[in-house]
Design a protein around this ligand. Structure first.
Ligand code: ATP
Ligand code: MG
Length: 137
């Protein structure tokens, strides 16, 4: 059993899509074991996406992530990291497979509705960024 950090991004919370996205996770066998709606500051968004700070889209990405509330959540299940990324679909919705969250809901490569951790090491760090051990049962 594995855990991964998921974020429902501002483009999706703005369009009231949290429930539809959560249904995709649950249908795939992922259990939402922690969840909260928060509004990131620019500093927090910048720290969370620090790995991308040299990329040309970093500023735009941080401004977008701080532009409206996000829903941060921990998903649990067998191979949760890979399974979540499968349900999310490719970063660019134009490349995403049918039935994936990004294919159905994303606006663009930047406003792509969801984030998911990409490896066990990043999942551990990203879960601890938003949740204390007491919030995870
Ligand atoms: P995430 O990390 O959000 O789960 P990902 O792992 O599929 O997405 P990354 O390469 O880690 O993609 O990029 C992080 C985020 O940066 C993307 O989800 C997207 O919101 C944004 N991004 C990536 N590439 C571009 C781009 N070319 N233009 C604008 N924004 C981009
Ligand atoms: Mg990534």
């Amino acid at each position: 059993i594995e855990r991964t950090l998921s974020i429902i991004k501002p483009d999706a919370t703005n369009r009231n899509l949290t429930g539809k996205i959560n249904a995709k996770f649950e249908e795939a066998g992922l259990r939402i074991i922690a969840q909260k709606r928060i509004k990131l500051t620019m500093d927090e968004a910048g720290k969370f996406y620090e790995v991308h700070k040299e990329r040309p889209f970093y500023g735009e990405l941080c401004e977008f992530m701080a532009s409206a509330p996000v829903v941060v959540q921990v998903l649990e299940g067998e191979s949760a990291i890979a399974k979540n990324r499968e349900v999310m679909g490719a970063t660019n919705p134009a490349d995403a497979a049918p039935g994936t969250i990004r294919k159905e809901f994303a606006n663009s490569v930047g406003e792509n509705s969801v984030h998911g951790s990409d490896a066990p090491e990043t999942a551990t760090v990203e879960i601890a960024f938003f949740f204390s051990g007491l919030e995870l049962v």
